[in-house]
Design a binder for this molecule. Sequence first.
Ligand SMILES: C[S@@+](CC[C@H](N)C(=O)[O-])C[C@H]1O[C@@H](n2cnc3c(N)ncnc32)[C@H](O)[C@@H]1O
Length: 241
Amino acid sequence: MINEYVEIANYYDNLLTSGYFDFNFLSNTLYNLLGARRKVLDIGIGTGLLTEKMLSLANYKIVGVDFSPRMLEIAKKRLANLDVKLICEDITEFETEEKFEAIVSTGGVICVVEEDGEYRIYSHITDPEKNKQLLAKLHSQLDEGGLLALGIQGTHTNYKKEIKDRIFYEQKIKKEGNYVDKWYVFSQANGEIKSEQFCRFYFFDGQQTTQALIDAGFKQGYQIIDGKFLALPPRTPALYR
Ligand SMILES: C[S@@+](CC[C@H](N)C(=O)[O-])C[C@H]1O[C@@H](n2cnc3c(N)ncnc32)[C@H](O)[C@@H]1O
């Protein structure tokens, strides 16, 4: 299914830990950014790579939502002895009475791409209206002083490289309007394809990103933290506390 990381789940960790993301840096940046905040919702938690690192830094109470059973199976194993709540659900349908002190995403359901000199929300949800509804819902799930922290990535480009165990990773990108299609392909040296996945993203340009966040209820003016997170200021105190 489109955007559901089932087919490539077996290769996902090898790709991500071979330089795709630096989870030590990301977790340390989040640790500083979140300050005393402990109740965290991770939207698109995947295999739990970020969560594992975060829990080595502080006793966060993390709820992770992801609609890929296969990714969550791996997360469950990784986080077996840790106090994490994993929920297999589409984030657009996830409802809770709980309020969170932070909502985070590293390449999860929504993230931010720095492109053409601006910060753009990229989303696995391909309907712009649904994204706006999701942002408004996330806003309502944050408590006062809560923080939305969206991981920032570089522009999607075409490339191929060897990762672990003689497996090659290739990504192919096609852009059309506000849509970006991305193929993830894992193959052997002889070219035999082991696994592949197609993803379609919808993105808001810089101006649309700012407007979508304001319309969702967030205060105007986000902050860029260490070039790695776009953080929406809490409604009250300073970001670092
Ligand atoms: C690129 S992975 C990132 C995983 C993780 N955040 C990380 O840092 O490794 C994107 C994840 O978002 C999940 N996802 C995409 N759309 C979703 C949706 N509508 N609801 C819940 N999860 C979703 C996918 O299943 C996948 O696990």
